[in-house]
Ligand binder design. Sequence first.
Ligand SMILES: CC(C)(COP(=O)(O)OP(=O)(O)OC[C@H]1O[C@@H](n2cnc3c(N)ncnc32)[C@H](O)[C@@H]1OP(=O)(O)O)[C@@H](O)C(=O)NCCC(=O)NCCS
Length: 186
Amino acid sequence: MTRIKLRPIRIDDAERCLRWVSDPTVHAFLGLLEPARTLEQERSWIANILTDKEHQSAFVIENEAGDPIGTCGLRGINREFGTALFGIMIGETGLWGQGYGTAATEALLDYAFGELGLDEVRLSCHRENRRALRCYEKAGFRLSSHVPERPQFGREEVRMAIARKEWLALRSGAKPHRDTTRKTRA
Ligand SMILES: CC(C)(COP(=O)(O)OP(=O)(O)OC[C@H]1O[C@@H](n2cnc3c(N)ncnc32)[C@H](O)[C@@H]1OP(=O)(O)O)[C@@H](O)C(=O)NCCC(=O)NCCS
């Protein structure tokens, strides 16, 4: 099993984060309206997260050696409805396909359902981002809907979700049983 650690993001992570999101391979599927950002913009993005912990949280993913390899987090945290939106990037592309994305997703779900006590975590993903869809499926997300292409993103999205009771079942040993990757194929 891949061992990762999530640590809260800091302002001094800005340079590294900018390098990651500036890599076209990484930002291709991120859904950022303005992919290339300045260091100042990156710093204020992090500062905004740190001052609005009620609604968002972000973590740096560290590998076994303690090296930062990406980020993940929640935004739109709604305590009243118990929901939040999940996002992730493994910025070190040479490490893709080694289970880090799935391990980080699982760790963030533990935080969302465990520490925050949320009822449902949702996400939106580019329909062609097969690697991400598979990663989410392995972590227990299920397909919730397809969203037709939206003009501002110019792409078709897949929405997925995992409810608290599904997370609890997985933590007690049940395997994810759905093949959302297959279902999303045309
Ligand atoms: C998406 C992302 C987080 C996945 O991280 P990762 O560490 O590569 O994920 P994992 O290794 O845990 O799992 C990837 C799975 O996808 C599979 N996969 C890779 N390419 C695939 C493809 N073209 N079609 C189907 N499955 C694919 C891998 O084989 C692996 O599944 P397996 O363990 O069953 O073999 C990472 O690739 C990333 O940061 N991408 C850029 C940013 C991004 O797209 N973020 C998500 C936005 S919604």
